[in-house]
Design a protein around this ligand. Structure first.
Ligand SMILES: [Zn+2]
Length: 305
């Protein structure tokens, strides 16, 4: 892709329902859109959970059919699996990691408001709060530290939630944490402390903290608050200078991501275009770092060459 003058990227955070995803169609879209690799995790939904599934081996299937396109990743950490069968679920993720069947843990939802689509449907299923400094948090941070592979967190931005996260980052300095959805603030009145200066301070304090750049476009609105929740954007659709400068200063800490889900996986072209619109706002060198070099060195422990 690089040789053809294209900018490939590594999507570090997408998920799907493994019983419904059409793997070949996703792979074909990736080729068409110059998406280099994708960490496509399986969410164990209520149905699968009810059937006793505690680990979904989608990654094995993806690697068997398309080893050059997918990063093997664990399952999305969300209810009911995470909260109602915690030990079984986490034991299975740990086993997969120890056997090197996965090189990244999925996105753990510690604080998750209903998604915009769920909110529109009045669905509060994913109004999740699992204390990050509670038993599940300690287990997940500890796993990453012991095994040495990264995990992703979905952690809504609220003033009161920052101290517990900082405490965990301090206690587990070797845990590799990808905080998904940079600057996605659903309710600005709950988030006075989260600024580019604050993130700069976290980056300096915590060398193993990363951020993915899956967020809405400049006009995206979170319906429950009626606010434009992707705060990196200016009103006219550029990147605010403080966020741009932060990413340019620490490009190794920022990762490309699409955040596809099963309900939007067929909209991959639209998500790709939005993400590329963001990338093109960065200097060329930074684009290449954020698009694939950061994920490459995080996952493979070496510089992309
Ligand atoms: Zn998320």
């Amino acid at each position: 892709m690089l040789a053809a003058g294209k900018l490939p990227y590594i999507d570090i955070e997408s998920s799907c329902n493994s019983t419904r995803v059409e793997i070949n169609a996703v792979a074909q879209s990736m080729d068409r859109l110059n998406i280099g690799l994708m960490a496509l995790s399986a969410d164990i939904g209520k149905n699968q959970f009810g059937k006793g599934v505690r680990f979904d081996n989608l990654s094995n299937k993806l690697l068997a059919s398309h080893p050059d396109r997918f990063i093997p990743v664990g399952n999305g950490g969300q209810p009911p699996a995470l909260t109602e069968a915690t030990d079984e679920f986490l034991d299975a993720q740990e086993t997969a990691a120890r056997k090197k069947h996965i090189m990244l843990f999925g996105e753990f939802e510690f604080r998750h408001y209903p998604s915009p689509r769920q909110a529109k449907r009045g669905d509060t299923d994913r109004d999740v709060h699992v204390p990050i400094d509670g038993p599940i948090g300690h287990r997940v941070f500890g796993l990453s530290e012991k095994i040495g592979i990264p995990f992703q967190i979905h952690y809504e931005i609220e003033d009161d939630l920052l101290a517990p996260l900082e405490k965990m980052l301090e206690q587990y300095p070797k845990a590799k944490v990808i905080w998904c959805h940079l600057a996605q603030i659903r309710y600005i009145e709950r988030a006075n402390r989260y600024t580019a200066v604050y993130i700069d301070s976290l980056i300096k304090r915590f060398p193993n903290l990363y951020f993915d750049t899956a967020f809405g476009d400049p006009t995206s609105v979170y319906p429950p608050s009626n606010q434009r929740h992707a705060r990196v954007w200016t009103a006219i659709g550029g990147i605010k200078s403080e966020w741009r400068e932060l990413i340019v200063a620490y490009p190794k800490r920022f990762l490309s991501a699409l955040d596809l889900g099963q309900d939007r996986i067929d909209r991959i072209a639209e998500y790709d275009q939005k993400h590329r619109n963001f990338l093109t706002r960065l200097p060329t060198e930074t684009q290449h770092q954020v698009a694939y070099r950061s994920a490459w060195s995080l996952l493979f422990g070496e510089e992309f060459a």
